[in-house]
Design a protein around this ligand. Structure first.
Ligand code: PEP
Length: 250
């Protein structure tokens, strides 16, 4: 945990127009004023803002990510966006398999895996999301569900691209509920074991983000939990001050 530089990623979801760029500019200024940054920082705005966002953060520590990409390089896929397009617009990362995409767009593990392969060949760093529902946890199946999602959603090889997995219990997303530190520690330990089994040293080095109602007041505790190497932040990433205080807590 200590050796791994944390990654704090913000997911704006379907929020933000041009005016939202001001928050990003403000975040950049806050980070500049704070001096050295101990974490990697990625902000994932809607695709329409990626280019402007990338221009806004230029020269600073913030990097930009997409929230999804298509599994194909190009072609007849109206409304979709390829990894190459995200890269071209200025993104370095892409969130894949977010529970909202799995729910709203029927993304299965195998679809997420194809997207992940496309992201890797396109030169993006995927942030692959997994997480159980409240019912699955209640029935004692959380570990099994997450193991299955990881098995199906991650490609065979990451090459030289670092592995980033976000554990986001669905019942904790946007609800104000967070998993207990003990639950997070247990799940992240479980994920770590699975990644080491499958990817060896890259699994050891993988960054495991926690996501689900991370706010400035719980970020310190969550980010100091063993095998937690960062956070994926939804609501609290929209305001520069809130997101900045989470970054500082890391
Ligand atoms: C998310 O969308 O990935 C998320 C964790 O949202 P929130 O922080 O708002 O719960």
């Amino acid at each position: 945990n200590m050796a791994t530089r944390p990654l704090i990623a913000g997911n704006w979801k379907m929020n933000g127009t041009g005016a939202g760029i001001e928050e990003l500019a403000r975040l950049k200024t806050l980070l500049e004023e704070a001096g050295t940054v101990e974490s990697d920082i990625v902000v994932c705005p809607p695709a329409t803002l990626i280019h402007r966002a990338a221009q806004t953060v230029e020269g600073g520590p913030i990097r930009i990510g997409g929230q999804d990409c298509h599994s194909s390089v190009n072609g007849a896929h109206t409304g979709d966006i390829s990894a190459a397009m995200l890269l071209d617009a200025g993104a370095s990362h892409v969130i894949l398999g977010h529970s909202e995409r799995r729910a709203d767009h029927g993304e299965t593990d195998s679809i997420v895996r194809s997207k992940c392969e496309a992201a890797l060949s396109g030169g993006l760093i995927p942030i692959v999301c997994v997480g159980e529902t409240e019912t699955e946890r209640g029935e004692g199946n959380a570990n099994q569900v997450v193991a299955e999602q990881l098995r199906g959603s991650l490609p065979e090889h990451f090459g030289n691209t670092p592995i980033v997995v976000a554990y986001e219990p669905i019942w904790a997303i946007g609800t104000g509920k967070t998993a207990t530190p003990a639950d997070i520690e247990e799940m992240h330990g479980h994920i770590r074991e699975l990644l080491i089994e499958r990817f060896g040293r890259s699994g050891e080095a993988a960054r495991l983000l926690y996501g689900g109602s991370v706010k400035s007041d719980n970020a310190g505790t969550i980010l100091s939990t063993p095998n937690v190497n960062g956070a994926l932040v939804g609501g609290a990433s929209l305001k520069a001050n809130d997101f900045f205080s989470i970054i500082v807590a890391a």
